[in-house]
Design a protein around this ligand. Sequence first.
Ligand SMILES: *Cc1c(COP(=O)(O)O)cnc(C)c1O
Ligand SMILES: [Zn+2]
Length: 383
Amino acid sequence: MPDLVCDACGNTYPAGDRQHCDCGETLWYELATDFAWPAESGSLWAYGDLLPASDPVGIERAAGGTPLVRAPRLDDYAGCRIRVKDESANPTGSFKDRGTAVATAALRERGADAIGTVSHGNMAMSTAAHAASAGMDAVVLVPDDIPEERLGHIARYDPELYAVSGDYGRLYEASFSLAPTFVNSDSPLRVAGQKTTVAELLHQFDGAPDAVVVPVSSGGHASGTWKAVRELHAAGALDSVPELHFVQAAACDPIARAYRNGDDTVTPVADGGGETVAYSIANANPPSGNRVLRAARDTGGSVLSVDDDAIRDAQRALATHAGLAVEAASATSLAAVRELTAEGRLDASDDVAVVATGTGFRERPPTPDTVHRVTQGELREQF
Ligand SMILES: *Cc1c(COP(=O)(O)O)cnc(C)c1O
Ligand SMILES: [Zn+2]
C-alpha cells in the first residue's frame, strides 16, 4: 500500500484509515511513479497503477470508461474547441462512482464489510448502490432539507439512511469519528478513484488539451484531477500539463472568492450560501478548498463562478447543440468556458475539455414551450 501524504505541509503517514493530517488538511495517496498508458480503457481499472485497490466486484467493475465527446456545434457558443467528458455514463450517473468503486474495493481488501458517507445526493446514491452490489452495509447521512426525490433515489438501494438536522459542515467532520469508515467527498480513497476521470480524458485526447474545466463543491474531484496530472507528468506519461480551471455557482462560491482575493485559504460562506439550481455543488465550507486554490495556481488555471442564468443557458446549449442532458451543477463547466473565452483567457484555437459530472435525467426538466399540439388531420397540413 502507498503512503498517505499531506500536500500542504509534506507530512507522511502509513496507509490506513487515517484521513487527515495533523495540520488539518485532507491526506491523499502517493502512488508509485511507474506508469504506462494501458492498451484499452473500458473502465477505470485500466488505470490500476494509479489506484490503491485491485479486486473489483459487481458494479465496481463498470465505473469509468466514459466517453470524451467532441462537440463541434458547441464551439461557437464556447468560443473555443469543445470536448465533453460525459460522466453520466457511470453506473449511477455521476463521476462519484469512480471514487466509490475504488473505496468499497479497498475497504473490503482491509476486511471491512460496511461503508459510510455524508452527502447531498449523488454520492449517497453511488455509495448505497455499490454497497448493495458488493453485499456491504451502507450508512448514509444526508441533510434534512434534501429534496424528496433525491431521498427516493437513495432509498431504492436500501442503505441505513439518516436525514440529519443542523450544520452540514459539522456533520461532515463528526462523521469521521463514527463507525463504519466514512468515505466522504474528499476522502483519500475517493480522491484516488476520482483521479481516473482526467487520466482517462488525457488518454482519450492523446495528451493534454489546453485546459480542463471541472465543477467544484468539496474539492475532492478537483484534488483527484490535480493529483492525476501530477502523477502522470512525474511518470513521464504526459509531456505538458493542462490549465485546470474550477467553477462554482455564484450563489455559493467560497473557493472562487478566495481565488479572486488572492487568499491561500478558503473562508466558509457565513450564512450557508444562497439557493442555486446547481444544488450538487452548493458547499459553503469546502473541506478541500485550499487544495483547489493550489491546483488552480500551480497549473496556470483559475477558480471562477457563474450565475444561475448562465448555468441554465449552458445546460440548454449542451442539450440542443450536443445532445447531452446534464444536471445543472455539471453545466457550470461550459458556462465557465464561455466566461474564460470572453475574458481572453482562452481563445478560439484552444482545445478545452469540460467535465460533465452527472446526468440530468434525475432533474425535473424545464417546462417545454415548443410542443406543437395537433390532431392527426392537422399534422398532415404541417408538412
Ligand atoms: C459531487 C458533485 C460535484 C462536486 O464534486 P466535489 O468532489 O464535491 O468537488 C460536481 N458535480 C456533481 C454532479 C456532483 O455530484
Ligand atoms: Zn499537513
